[in-house]
Ligand binder design. Structure first.
Ligand SMILES: [Zn+2]
Ligand SMILES: [Zn+2]
Length: 404
């Protein structure tokens, strides 16, 4: 049977088609003016594009700038929305946009900056630029601290130690993997759930789960780690709390409480539950098994093949799906998370790199050079929704003992 790639949106196998080609051919159908937005949304560069030159410090400054800007949009929007019903209908969407953007930048502080500093690539980057070992190490520690203090998540030093286990092939996807352990603790494991999606709703709406999450974050910041770091975390927490008495209440809730609290929790939950196949009993024995536990998540849905005038309903459906994908891109899938599978594969296949903000660019280069492990090419899913569908399938198979 011939497969129509544009009809594939869920868990079907991509063996005979290339989703990257679909993304690029869709881009060519768009007016040149909106193509940069398509690149931004998908995280997939156009062939021949020049990689962006940057540094870890410049990336951090840029993300902090975006965080501030999104906070102004969320806070400003909520201040307008509080004026009445008509103002609310106008300002609700910009407020939500600002909040999703804030959550995404906070997540990037963890999964981008703190995570990559923990891997040592920041130190390597600055050593190659000629900095002394001591200076490069100081920058790494400062980024580790900045990312984990501003987000009040697991302190950087503990994160570094824990995350190394996430990269061990014999642990990835099992409950020995720290991310797997977190999912198991939250009751999101094949032998604990009947329906993954129902369990996710239950988790995300549970006040007890949010309370436990917050408690763990504060314990890691205030009760563990280096003394100077604890003091800085306490000062930042005090600032967030005191701002409740300084800012209008609606602004504080929209630009403080929600993005730093439940919003961050849910984005974190959706990232972790869709980043790899979980619920494995045993580790990966070789590079192909490792590749089979990873995937790339492109926050995108293929456009209808007919022109908008010939298929208006199809395009209306596509626009609705893309609204969800834009929200995913803003809050959950920062550019490094799109090609997270390659983050696991680059080092084992001998293609290490230090410019972590170019992860998806490096992935595309490796794909073009044909050096990805067997099957990795086919493991691309459409966004968080696509990965969730595959995870639910995987949980069912693991629960019935069909997967090791
Ligand atoms: Zn990592
Ligand atoms: Zn991972």
């Amino acid at each position: 049977m011939k497969i129509n790639p544009r009809k594939i949106t869920r868990i079907e196998c991509f063996d005979s088609i290339d989703p990257i080609e679909i993304v690029l051919s869709d881009r060519n159908r768009l007016p040149a003016l909106v193509q940069p937005l398509h690149i931004l949304q998908t995280g997939i560069d156009s062939p021949g594009s020049v990689p962006r030159r940057s540094t870890p410090i410049r990336e951090l400054a840029t993300d902090l700038g975006w965080l501030g800007l999104f906070a102004v949009v969320a806070g400003g929007g909520s201040a307008v929305a509080a004026q009445g019903a008509i103002a609310l209908s106008v300002a609700a969407l910009p407020t939500l946009f600002g909040q999703l953007g804030m959550i995404g930048r906070l997540r990037r502080l963890i999964v981008g900056h703190t995570h990559e500093a923990g891997h040592g690539v920041v130190t390597k980057f600055y050593l190659e630029k000629g900095l002394s070992k001591k200076a490069a190490h100081r920058i790494t520690e400062a980024i580790l601290d900045a990312g984990s203090i501003l987000t009040l998540t697991l302190n950087g030093q503990d994160y570094r130690r824990e995350h190394n286990r996430h990269h061990r092939p014999l642990m990835l996807g099992t409950h020995f993997d720290p991310d797997g352990k977190v999912l198991k603790d939250w009751g999101l494991w094949p032998d604990q759930v009947d329906s993954l999606k129902k369990a996710l709703w239950r988790t995300a709406l549970s006040p007890i789960w949010h309370y436990r999450f917050l408690k763990d974050r504060l314990r890691s910041n205030l009760g563990r780690g280096k003394p100077y770091r604890r003091v800085l975390a306490a000062l930042w927490l005090s600032t967030l709390c005191v701002s409740a008495f300084v800012l209008p209440f609606a602004v504080w809730v929209a630009a403080g409480l929600i993005p730093f609290g439940p919003g961050l929790h849910v984005a974190s939950l959706m990232q972790v539950v869709t980043e790899h196949t979980y619920g494995h009993k045993d580790g990966a024995r070789d590079i192909n098994e490792l590749a089979a536990r990873t995937w790339e998540r492109i926050p995108y849905n293929p456009m209808p093949s007919a022109a908008p005038t010939r298929d208006p309903m199809g395009w209306a459906r596509w626009c609705m799906k893309m609204c969800i994908r834009v929200a995913e891109r803003l809050a959950i899938l920062d550019s490094t998370m799109i090609a997270h599978g390659y983050h696991h594969l680059a080092w084992p296949i001998g293609r290490p790199f230090d410019e972590w903000w170019l992860t998806s660019h490096k992935y595309l280069e490796a794909k073009k050079d044909g050096v990805l492990p067997e099957g990795a090419d086919a493991r691309i899913v459409w966004g968080v929704g696509g990965a969730l569908d595959r995870q639910a399938e995987h949980f069912r198979a693991a629960g019935s003992g069909q997967i090791r």
